[in-house]
Design a protein around this ligand. Structure first.
Ligand code: CTP
Ligand code: MG
Length: 233
């Protein structure tokens, strides 16, 4: 009997994209003729991952089925479900929809530059440490500020990383962390999944290298940068 571990992804595409200020949610805007969301799904489709759960807006489920899954013939997307108000609500909805996973890969649908190398590093890191997130050393110096905008401290730049997705966890650990968050955690200020694990469990999160290209499409200029990356590569 083989003991192959099951690797499942939750791809988040239920945001409204308020900082993008576009009528169409940013995950459905096009870069080089394909929706932003297509790219990370494609990288996953041709990877070692076993299954994908796609989380989108309640009124975008049928759009995703037709315009993403059928149109591009994705085979690994087993479910398309409705997300929630905040990113963590969408993750929680995704976690409830994932069945029988050993490892869960949480990916922003708004990050089109996922590569097979990043996914491979994620796999190796989670298999060793059970909790990991992609990131890169910060190029800029980072300041911690008080509520009046005065600097209160300056962390050593070599110790500062900016965090990306995928963020990957053993399934039991991420479920425990999110259950705990919803039962008695402080939901305010949660911006990524590693934070939930850090705050709700004793588990330490290991960082691995994403890439400087692995940007999240967030504001309008990011689309121009993304187009440039695609045409150069
Ligand atoms: N996301 C989600 N459900 C939400 C909020 C966000 O699935 N309720 C997803 C987004 O679709 C995106 C990822 O989480 O792929 C990262 O979130 P972010 O960049 O903040 O996207 P939005 O929330 O859509 O953008 P904004 O914060 O500017 O409104
Ligand atoms: Mg947001």
């Amino acid at each position: 009997m083989t003991n192959k571990k099951k690797h499942v992804a939750i791809v988040l595409a239920a945001g409204k994209g308020s900082r993008m200020r576009s009528d169409i949610p940013k995950q459905f805007l096009e870069i080089c003729g394909k929706p932003v969301l297509y790219y990370s799904l494609h990288t996953m489709e041709i990877s070692f991952l076993d299954e994908i759960v796609l989380v989108t807006g309640e009124d975008q489920v049928s759009y995703c089925k037709q315009e993403i899954i059928e149109k591009y013939n994705f085979q690994k997307i087993k479910r398309v479900i409705a997300g929630g108000k905040e990113r963590y609500d969408s993750v929680y909805a995704g976690l409830k929809a994932v069945q029988n996973a050993d490892y869960i890969y949480i990916q922003d649908g708004a990050r089109p530059f996922l590569t097979k190398e990043i996914l491979q590093r994620a796999k190796e890191t989670v298999e060793q440490f059970d909790a990991c997130a992609a990131g890169m050393p910060s190029k800029d110096t980072v300041k911690i500020v008080d509520s009046n905008g005065f600097v209160s401290s300056t962390p050593l730049r070599k110790n500062v990383w900016t965090i990306q997705t995928p963020q990957v966890f053993s399934a039991a650990l991420i479920r425990e962390a999110y259950d705990c968050l919803y039962q008695n955690g402080d939901l305010e200020n949660i911006t990524d999944d590693a934070m939930v694990v850090e705050a709700m469990t004793g588990k330490r999160v290991k960082l691995f290298e994403g890439s400087y290209q692995n940007i999240k499409i967030t504001t309008p200029e990011d689309l121009l940068i993304a187009e440039k990356f695609w045409t150069e590569n």
